[in-house]
Design a protein around this ligand. Structure first.
Ligand SMILES: [Zn+2]
Ligand SMILES: [Zn+2]
Length: 159
């Protein structure tokens, strides 16, 4: 949408402006208005402006996604670390202490139901941090072994 400056088309076409970006001299109507003020046009031509707008949208979207995932990860890691720390920081069966393979386990099973009740893992970690009973720390190996021993998981086919 272009607003006429009150000049005829011929007059308008005579007004040329050099695009700040592509350095091409273009007629005035190839430049968008800066704002509602009638005379001020953007420094860059329409095509350059559209390209820059698209680039802005993309980088903003990317930045936003990165920020969100980074923030989410940090928060997740914090709650998880605190929960692991609260439970002693190591597997209660074998003493394995690498936080990356430690899992909060439900002493009496029922993990899936608990997950459902609390909405997500954050809820469980928060419960652990609040010292609610019924949780223990197991490493991934011991956790799977315990589940197998107690038939906590429905049988699956493993390859
Ligand atoms: Zn341009
Ligand atoms: Zn273990």
């Amino acid at each position: 949408m272009d607003i006429s400056l009150g000049l005829s088309q011929e007059q308008n076409a005579l007004l040329m402006k050099i695009c700040y970006n592509c350095r091409t001299e273009k007629p005035m109507n190839e430049f968008y208005f800066q704002d509602a003020t009638r005379s001020k046009r953007r420094r860059i031509c329409k095509s350059c402006y559209l390209v820059s707008q698209r680039a802005n949208v993309r980088t903003y979207g990317q930045r936003h996604r990165e920020f969100r995932s980074r923030a989410g990860r940090t928060y997740y890691q914090c709650t998880r670390d605190k929960a692991v720390e609260t439970l002693g920081g190591k597997c209660i069966r074998c003493g394995f202490a690498d936080v990356r393979a430690l899992q909060v386990d439900h002493v009496n099973g029922g993990g899936l139901q608990d997950l459902r009740d609390r909405g997500n893992r954050h809820g469980i970690y928060r419960a652990v941090i609040a010292n609610e009973p019924g949780y223990q720390l197991l490493c991934a190996n011991c956790n799977w072994i315990k589940k197998a021993e107690n038939n906590e998981q429905p049988r699956r086919k493993y390859v």
